[in-house]
Ligand binder design. Structure first.
Ligand code: SAH
Ligand code: SF4
Ligand code: F3S
Length: 453
């Protein structure tokens, strides 16, 4: 490990949970190289961008921020006399050397498969004052021996696989994250056990399509078995992201119903409610298959809440297709939905297609969808009014710092007052009971009941 002592670094993370985890790995590596983490650009000798390119606005944001770095003077007291810029994550993997041509202020570009090289690349960039580029293509399994620095003491991301084999026709992810590669089950379970021993109360298993976990190494998917095995480690709350409806099995539904620590919540991206658009997207399920899974889950896991991802304005989407999407949103009753306007990604099959709808039509659909999603989320939350919900306290509320906030089992944000005489910090990381008196679209609020511990 090179010696970067005396240097201060900042990590800026964009995109999905995969990048959040990768950033924890980056921090682990930088700490092992003796660098010190800071929170403000002005205090940093090295700014590391962990980038996302899933939609065009993700690109634009990152490019704007990289460019703005060159106008900032070096940190006062800096031993380097300059500020290094490193770009990793999905844009690093996609654009490689083109980034250095477009942004001469970049010092290091690395990809999604060689994060562990970062300290060495930084050391080289410092030693020879020349930009360093290192990318590799696929086929590098996770090496669990690398250190990570967790953002939270009591919640943890746990990657179970990388990559994606699905090639949904709009999506760049398989091109920047490579093919599916599962980690051996014993390794994941050992990590989960170590996290529990370290005081972690909630684990979220991560993969682009967790339901196909194990297919590449065991010949058939083993996700349900993995859930049961991780459930036995003593973890209190278990979640997972992301599920693909085509691979979600009855065995997994059964595990969700029987493994006590699995939370009654599922993020199940639908993308569209139209069978034609789903086929064009290469999603490989129909709306009725999707609704069949939802029904089974509602029956197996009482009170389960759902969230989803939806794309509006896919090139072949007509008004009639969009109305199918509105209908499915209405039918499921999502407690949360992430809505996106389709964004052309060079290199994907859909990027070659002309859109049958105008920008105005698409914007109008998007606005109508957001309204239905918000109404649905509001309605879905009303069932909890008057109920007592279990909340894992995450910290002070961002809206009102006289309140604490956390997550219910159904993943709702819940706000409540800190009891008198207790320091808010003492509450963080605890699981408490809150009686809900107000249920809004995006949060619940209420009062603590009983003793907080
Ligand atoms: N593996 C996950 C997450 C993929 S990216 C999954 O399959 O669901 C997260 C979301 O971004 C996707 O679910 C999709 O709704 C959205 N997305 C991906 N590519 C997009 C594009 N080109 N335009 C708009 N939204 C997109
Ligand atoms: Fe993209 Fe589809 Fe893979 Fe999800 S399953 S990452 S949307 S290609
Ligand atoms: Fe973005 Fe890469 Fe995740 S493109 S959504 S950070 S896998």
């Amino acid at each position: 490990m090179p010696d970067l002592s005396g240097l201060r670094y900042l990590v800026k993370t964009f995109g999905c949970q995969m990048n959040l985890f990768d950033s924890e790995l980056v921090c682990g590596l930088m700490e092992a190289a003796q660098a010190k983490r800071v929170e403000e650009v002005e205090d940093a000798d090295i700014v590391i961008f962990m980038t996302c390119c899933v939609r065009e606005n993700a690109d634009t944001r990152v490019f704007g921020q990289i460019a703005s770095m060159k106008n900032l003077p070096a940190r006062s007291g800096s031993q380097l006399g300059t500020r290094l810029v490193a770009v990793g994550g999905c844009i690093g993997q996609r654009d490689g050397g083109k980034l250095i041509e477009s942004f001469p202020n970049i010092d290091v570009v690395f990809g999604t498969h060689n994060i562990e090289e970062l300290p060495e690349l930084l050391a080289q960039a410092i030693a020879c004052a020349k930009p360093q580029l290192s990318l590799i293509d696929d086929r590098v399994p996770y090496d669990s021996s690398f250190p990570t620095v967790r953002e939270s003491r009591f919640q943890a991301w746990l990657p179970i696989m990388k990559g994606c084999n699905n090639f949904c026709s709009y999506c760049i992810v398989p091109y920047v994250r490579g093919r599916e590669m599962s980690r051996p089950m014993e390794e994941v379970v050992a990590d989960a056990r170590a996290l529990v021993d370290d005081g972690v109360r909630e684990i979220t298993l991560l993969g682009q399509n967790v339901n196909s976990y194990g297919r590449d190494i065991y010949g058939n998917p083993r996700f349900a078995k993995l859930l049961r095995a991780v459930g036995k480690t003593g973890i209190e709350r278990l979640r997972f992201l992301t599920s693909h409806p085509k691979d979600l099995t009855d065995e997994t539904i059964e595990a969700m119903a029987t493994v006590e620590s699995i939370m009654p919540f599922l993020h199940l991206p639908v993308q569209s409610g139209s069978n034609k658009v789903l086929a064009d997207m290469n999603r490989r399920y129909t709306a009725s298959h999707y609704l069949g899974i939802i029904d089974k889950l509602k029956a197996a896991v009482p009170g389960i809440a759902f969230s989803t991802d939806i794309i509006v304005g896919y090139p072949t989407e007509t008004e009639a297709d969009f109305l199918d999407t509105m209908a499915i949103v209405d039918e499921v009753g999502y407690s949360q939905a992430f809505t996106f306007i389709y964004s052309k990604r060079a290199g994907t099959p859909a990027a070659e297609m002309e859109n049958v709808s105008t920008r105005e039509e698409i914007q109008d659909r998007f606005d109508r969808l957001v309204e239905v999603v918000q109404r649905g989320a509001y309605d879905a939350n009303q069932v909890d009014r008057g109920k007592v919900v279990k909340v894992l306290v995450e910290g002070l509320s961002k809206r009102d710092d006289s309140k604490l906030s956390g997550r219910s089992e159904k993943n709702q944000t819940v706000h409540f007052d800190c009891p008198e005489g207790i320091e808010p910090e003492q509450m963080v990381g605890r699981i408490v009971e809150v009686r809900v008196d107000l249920a809004r679209t995006w949060y619940l609020s209420g009062e603590l009941v009983g003793q907080p511990w």
